[in-house]
Design a protein around this ligand. Structure first.
Ligand code: SF4
Length: 242
């Protein structure tokens, strides 16, 4: 019988070779190499030099309310709702003693309106009764407000007061930090700790906004537009499409 011909493996495509090289880098744990982190920050600066919060607000209190409303909701929808909401409720006192059923209906389009009403009224009451009507400016105090966790507190401190007390970790920052191999964690608190360890503190506020903008415009959840991504050379995510 003639000897069976050994099957030859199909030649690896350039994309497959690139992914293999990337995987090797990943294993080598180069994700948070300072030079690589600097290159990511430079790329973000080039793409989004003026990234900022997309929630419309005129002061820290309005930003706090908008951020509570933005949970599981788009910023556009929140802005539509607050355009009339802030006219009816101009300050913390107005929200604190609102009619809960009315407020529920007014914020209904943002979803989870019952819980959000409780958070908004509870936080407003505490601001009126314990903080003289002013939004507190420390993480510790902000976390005592009903419905306020680190993400909301970081948004308010960073955007309204320019205080870099942490990194905002929302759905975009979670996804992008993992894709860019700046963390391997899934829990927002751990992701924030990982980011705070590798991103210079002076960059925490802008970095959060830039990552959120990149997540909305380019590195989208289902179909990242890697072809348009200026970080593509630095990215070796399994989700990468180029
Ligand atoms: S290359 Fe693709 S997956 Fe990587 S950061 Fe850019 S858009 Fe996201």
């Amino acid at each position: 019988m003639p000897a069976k011909k050994k099957k030859r493996a199909a030649p690896k495509s350039a994309a497959a070779r690139s992914k293999r090289t990337s995987a090797a880098k990943y294993r080598a744990g180069r994700g948070t190499d300072p030079a690589r982190v600097r290159a990511i920050l430079k790329g973000l600066d080039e793409a989004y030099p003026a990234a900022t919060c997309a929630l419309t607000h005129e002061n820290a209190f309005q930003l706090l309310i908008s951020t509570i409303l933005s949970a599981q909701c788009t910023d556009e929808r929140v802005n539509q709702v607050t355009a009339t909401l802030f006219k009816k409720y101009p300050n913390a006192k107005a929200f604190a003693y609102a009619n809960p059923s009315e407020l529920e209906q007014e914020i209904r389009p943002t979803g989870f309106f019952r819980n959000k009403t409780k958070s908004i009224m509870g936080a407003s009451k505490k601001i009126v009764e314990e903080f003289h009507g002013q939004v507190p400016q420390s993480m510790e105090q902000l976390l005592t407000l009903p419905g306020v966790a680190r993400k909301t507190a970081n948004v308010v401190l960073g955007t309204a007061f320019g205080i870099a007390s942490g990194v905002v970790v929302d759905t975009h920052v979670t996804r992008l930090s993992r894709r860019l191999d700046l963390t391997k964690n899934e829990d927002p608190k751990k992701i924030e700790q990982d980011l705070m360890a590798v991103i210079p503190q002076a960059r925490w506020i802008l970095f959060s906004h830039q990552l959120i903008w990149h997540g909305r415009r380019v590195c989208q959840a289902r179909k990242p537009k890697c072809i348009d991504c200026n970080l593509a050379k630095l990215c070796y995510s399994k989700d990468k499409t180029v």
